[in-house]
Ligand binder design. Structure first.
Ligand SMILES: [Zn+2]
Length: 271
């Protein structure tokens, strides 16, 4: 069954939620740009320490968001997000890493998985796709950063694979939610990259199209296809289909605005 997202407003924050997962003890959020204290060009709820915004403002924003969703920043874990395909297995000993400074972020990884309740996985996004995972039987969650500059989506594949290897999840049981990012019309790639992608992944050829503006790549359909090939039930893959660039001005978009802020994707298991 497809899961449907909803907007929530709380303490001046506006963010997406997924009630079907919430009902089963999974807290899933994706923030908008509304509600924070950052100034132009990061107004207002910038949550990234890497984009040139004032650190104090970012931490104020992070505390406000995590408070609004009922969490504690000391339980948040962030990974470095380097457009590679390494997946970190996270437990309670990692709590707080990357939450208030970059120096202790989990290095070299673009995805995290955990079965520890109360650990809050957080990733930062503006146009790349947040991919959320949930196995309701093994009680395992995951969060991946699918980058349009990255290694063509291997991170999604690697995240589900790691869930099966480490926590004995079955692919057919894993549910996936693909959050907001660039739509296929806005995700323009170079001709070189288009050819490279088509050569490397022939099964994805129908998701790369020549348009008036150049080559476009449909990242959401790419992820769906790859997950289905891997063995995940197509009926358990949901997506938001909300474009960060051409949708309403709810989101930061690096492709549209250049220097700008980042939204947070957040997921945790209830204690
Ligand atoms: Zn778009």
């Amino acid at each position: 069954m497809q899961s449907t997202w909803e907007w929530k407003n709380n303490e001046g924050m506006q963010y997406l939620t997924l009630p079907a997962w919430q009902a089963r003890g999974v807290n899933l959020y994706f923030s908008s740009r509304h509600g924070g204290v950052s100034k132009h060009p990061y107004e207002a709820l910038n949550l990234s320490l890497k984009v040139g915004d004032q650190e104090d403002n970012v931490l104020t924003n992070r505390i406000a968001l995590i408070d609004a969703i009922g969490g504690d920043l000391r339980n948040v874990v962030c990974c470095e997000q380097v457009y590679e395909h390494q997946v970190a297995v996270v437990d309670k000993t990692d709590r707080g890493r990357g939450a208030i400074q970059l120096t202790d972020v989990i290095p070299g990884c673009d995805a995290m998985i955990t079965n520890t309740p109360g650990v809050i996985l957080m990733g930062l996004f503006a146009d790349n796709l947040p991919i959320y995972f949930f196995d309701p039987f093994k009680r395992v969650i995951g969060l991946a950063h699918f980058g349009y500059n990255g290694k063509y989506g291997q991170i999604t594949w690697e995240t589900a694979k790691k869930m099966t290897q480490v926590f004995r999840c079955n692919y057919w049981d894993i549910e996936v939610f693909i959050g907001p990012g660039l739509c296929k019309s806005c995700n323009l790639i170079s001709e070189d990259k288009a050819h490279h992608l088509k050569d490397a992944y022939p099964l994805l050829n129908d998701f790369i199209c020549k348009t008036d503006k150049g080559f476009s790549w449909d990242m959401i359909s790419t992820n769906r296809r790859m997950l289905e090939i891997q063995g995940i039930n197509p009926e358990k893959i949901s997506s938001c289909n909300f474009c960060t660039s051409c949708g309403d001005n709810h989101f930061f978009s690096k492709a549209r605005d250049g220097i700008t802020g980042r939204m947070a994707a957040v997921i945790s298991l209830d204690r």
